[in-house]
Design a protein around this ligand. Structure first.
Ligand code: KG4
Ligand code: ZN
Length: 340
């Protein structure tokens, strides 16, 4: 690694979080996220509102990141930004801002793939967190993503499994909506699941070939189940909420673990690095840990603030690309369907 001190400003605006971070080499000096509360009223992210909120937040968020890092913008060596995938209107805000600032400061611009960043977040220098050795399997699970990626090196990645419909976080959130829980429902389901019986109700797992996932059928199965039960007993949800949550979570975890077992078997790779907001789920963490004994794999979970959408993960990719001199021309455009 370079012996020079490299300061990177990173910007993330792919969905509903406006985020900026300053890194000094592989270390995070500041990591600022403005989460958009506005979407809670709608039970999901509203793209038009998201882009508008990004436009409001981006300058104060970047300013705060620079201030917290106790540097000045003149000390920056490069600006990294999320090029995609994500919501077009949201991406445009971060992309345009990054381009303008890099142009103004006359420093390199570095485009970053959001999905690669979720995985490379594991390479942020952070005390108490170990980095996975290559090759490893990255599993990114959030409200927008569900992917298993074979990672051979920093920029040698292959998606070997992904969802064909809903993301796993959506499975939590949409189930929560059926149960009348707030948005996002993942944390509440997690909390209630600890108090309930995971085997109280059985939901059939989707049958999807290979390493791909499907979660929309599960949501429908839960909806029909609840509708049927409520017809018999109008207080069914209130009386059984913890058991329902535990059963839903148990089913989702089963789906994820089954695919991971298959992925480790097919690839012969036993190091698993997880990321994304759903990786906060205590049941998933426990199942992954238990798998170390049961299936012989090793799991890696980054510091929580680097697993949900954040700019520090964009910054670490920016730093790795900076070391390779992999810079981006000013005519770069945001790409909502950018692939790994
Ligand atoms: O990574 P993230 O903050 O944003 C994106 O979706 O990109 O992930 C948010 C998702 C939501 O679907 C939320 O319900 C879920 O992560 N989530 C959880 C938990 N904490 C957040 N799902 C299950 N258990 C949790 N403890
Ligand atoms: Zn994300």
């Amino acid at each position: 690694m370079s012996s020079q001190n490299i300061y990177i400003l990173a910007i993330e605006s792919s969905c509903d979080d406006t985020a900026a971070s300053i890194l000094l080499n592989g270390k995070v000096l500041s990591n600022v996220v403005a989460s958009q509360k506005i979407h809670e009223e709608y039970g999901g992210v509203v793209p038009e509102l998201a882009s508008r909120a990004h436009q409001q937040n981006i300058v104060p968020v970047v300013h705060q990141a620079i201030e917290k890092a106790e540097i000045t913008k003149e000390m920056l060596h490069a600006i990294a930004f999320t090029r995609g995938p994500g919501l077009m209107g949201s991406l445009l805000v971060g992309t345009s801002f990054a381009k303008s600032l890099a142009f103004g400061l006359d420093i390199p611009l570095i485009d970053v793939n959001h999905m690669q960043a979720h995985i490379l977040a594991h390479f942020i220098d952070e005390e108490g967190f170990s980095k996975p050795p290559f090759p490893f399997l990255g599993m990114t699970i959030s409200g927008g993503h569900t992917q298993i990626v074979k990672v051979s090196n920093y920029f040698e990645m292959e998606v070997i499994g992904e969802t064909i419909d809903d993301a796993v976080g959506e499975a939590f959130d949409k189930s929560g909506k059926i149960l009348g829980l707030g948005y996002p429902a993942g944390p509440e389901i997690d909390r209630r699941a600890k108090l309930g019986n995971p085997k109280a109700f059985a939901f059939t797992k989707p049958r999807v070939a290979g390493l791909n996932f499907s979660f929309s059928g599960l949501k429908t199965a839960i909806l029909y189940f609840i509708q049927k039960q409520v017809k018999i007993n109008p207080s069914f949800i209130e009386e059984n909420l913890n058991d329902i949550c535990a059963s839903i979570q148990y089913t989702i975890i089963g789906i994820l673990i089954d695919k991971l077992k298959l992925a480790t078997k097919e690839t012969g790779i036993n190091h698993i690095a997880i990321g994304g907001g759903v990786s906060a789920n205590s049941g998933i963490r426990e199942a992954l840990k238990n798998g170390e004994q049961k299936f012989g794999w090793t799991t890696y979970v980054p510091k929580f603030e680097f697993t949900t959408d954040n700019a520090a993960m964009i910054g670490i990719v920016g730093y790795l690309k900076y070391l390779e001199g992999d810079f981006t021309a000013q005519d770069v455009t945001a790409s909502s369907r950018l692939k790994i």
